[in-house]
Ligand binder design. Structure first.
Ligand code: XMP
Length: 508
């Protein structure tokens, strides 16, 4: 399969570059700049993209690469820091720019394959303090801005191209076209990376690998494990056993929905372990948020692995690990290399033939596309993030069965109204929280002293920061009205207007 290497020099948009390439139907993988040249040669790439990075090429501790990479005969595109690095490696002059460029800047393009169908003047996104003062020998200037004499350059003999701007971000008007041109005009890709062929190829590979053995998968009801289950079911049917631990802290009817989906739409053995009672017993009297999380995590681990031990089947163990869980960062600092946090640890006494991770090459949006093609319902494929400890972190203080029920009912009303008003896909996340506070109210002629419920709704790109969603007042009014009327024991609804930071998305 044709592939592009995104060689990571530690910039912030590196996964975005790989995703944009894949949007153009070409498979891209990310390797840190520490990857040996021999390894790169072996993998047979169609093209290489050098990413941006936070450093200056003059800083000896900043990421560099052997200049031999420029002579492999593989087309290269350098972006931002990657552009300066090419110049530095090839003997051009890189300097601190007299004027740093940051943000949207007017760019003038010259004739080049890289700029086919890009107008002479367009807006690009810049973010740099160094610049190329003089390009290396053999390189021609193909783009300028007011303050940047070499905003793009090329060496057509070697098929090496470099741009100071960021084509991968949407602020660069024709950035997507530039990436397309690199892939199709320069690397001569064919565009083979499509989800239908991914499904067919993966199913064949899984069949060959699993043979007549069995495979076990932990299903959480989240997107990744659901899609992994769909793929494995298509490959090996009843040889697949999915274990779904329902700790009774999911949203209203969610456990039943997961069970119905996988028992009616897919061929597999489905085991649901209902253990709300056991979880609530372990959580009795516990109010500290971290302690609650720890207990829920430990109980989950115990219940899940006890069930697996009961199966006593030394087949394969499958997980819904996705590509971002596997990428080693190019920041070059061992401390910041991402740990594979979504990979489940297996206890020492449980043996398997091996681990299977059918989604390990996919980004989240690709996982969703595969899920849709496999016929997994939209509610699962487009499910909002849901914390591992479930409603446990949305009930402040001690968790009881009554509180879980109350919160589920209020949350169901909110979800219903959001769906009716088209907010389901527009907002990153919305949910109800039960703060464990009673307030005085009046109902008919009677005084009430009942629960307060809070609504949390956020917009965000990456969940590292978030803003509270500006839901129209009339929709909030409807939600409030319905919750106080339809859910017994709730007499007040408040809306959380805190961004992150200083608040987090969840309340615990
Ligand atoms: P915070 O509250 O940290 O949440 O701003 C950011 C995002 O992470 C989700 N979240 C979790 N996801 N296990 C998870 O898988 C957890 O323990 C957990 N805690 C928070 C949260 O819902 C939001 O999307």
């Amino acid at each position: 399969m044709e592939k592009i290497l995104v060689l990571d020099f530690g910039g912030q948009y590196n996964q975005l570059i790989a995703r944009r390439v894949r949007d153009h139907r070409v498979y891209a993988e990310i390797l840190p700049y520490t990857a040996p040249l021999e390894e790169i040669k072996k993998r047979g790439y169609r093209g290489i993209i050098f990413t941006g990075g936070p450093n200056s090429v003059f800083d000896m501790s900043s990421p560099h690469y052997t200049a031999d990479i420029l002579s492999l005969g593989i087309p290269i595109l350098g972006i931002c820091y990657g552009c300066q690095l090419i110049s530095y490696m090839a003997g051009g002059e890189v300097k601190t720019a007299p004027v740093s460029e940051y943000g949207k800047i007017e760019f003038t393009a010259k004739e080049s394959k890289l700029f086919k169908n890009v107008p002479e003047k367009s807006v690009v996104w810049m973010s740099h303090t160094d610049y190329i003062a003089t390009p290396p020998e053999g390189y021609d200037i193909i783009g300028t801005t007011f303050d940047c004499p070499v905003a793009a350059m090329e060496n057509t003999k070697k098929d090496i191209y470099a741009v100071q701007f960021h084509p991968e971000v949407t602020h660069s008007e024709y950035g997507d076209r530039v990436l397309y041109n690199f892939l199709y005009e320069i690397c001569h890709c064919k565009g083979e990376w499509v989800m239908d062929s991914f499904i067919d190829d993966t199913v064949e590979k899984l069949k060959a690998q699993i043979g007549d053995k069995n495979v076990i998968l932990g299903l959480s009801g989240g997107v990744d494990s659901s899609v992994a289950a769909g793929l494995l079911s298509r490959a090996v049917g009843k040889q697949l056993t999915c274990v779904f631990v329902d700790q009774g802290l999911m949203r209203k009817d969610e456990g039943d929905f997961v069970e119905k989906t996988f028992t009616t739409l897919f061929d597999m053995n489905f085991i649901r372990v209902n253990c709300q009672e056991q979880f609530l017993k372990a959580l009795k009297g516990v109010t500290d948020p971290e302690e609650k999380r720890r207990i829920i995590g430990t109980e989950f681990f115990n219940v899940f692995w006890d069930e697996i031990r009961k199966q006593n089947d030394k087949g394969y163990f499958a997980q819904g690990t996705i590509y971002p869980d596997c990428i080693e960062s190019g920041k070059g600092d061992a401390d910041v290399i991402k740990t594979h946090h979504n990979r489940v640890k297996t206890p020492e006494d449980v043996e398997f033939l091996g681990i299977i991770e059918p989604l390990a090459d996919l980004f989240k949006d690709e996982v969703r596309r595969v899920g849709e093609r496999l016929g997994i319902p939209r509610e699962l494929v487009w499910r909002q993030p849901f914390p591992g400890p479930g409603l446990g972190v949305r009930i402040i203080g001690e968790i009881t069965a009554e509180k879980v029920k109350l919160l589920q009912e209020a949350d169901a009303v909110l979800r219903d109204e959001m769906a009716k008003n088209g907010y389901e896909r527009e907002l990153a996340q919305f949910f109800c929280v039960l703060p464990g506070v009673n307030t005085v109210g009046v109902m008919g002629d009677h005084r009430t002293y009942e629960n307060l419920v809070a609504i949390r709704a956020v917009t965000t790109d990456d969940f590292m920061t978030a803003d509270w969603a500006r839901i129209p007042y009339d929709i909030l009014a409807k939600v409030s009205n319905r919750i106080t009327n339809e859910v017994k024991n709730i007499n007040r609804v408040v809306y959380d207007i805190t961004s992150k930071p200083p608040g987090t998305v969840e309340w615990e």
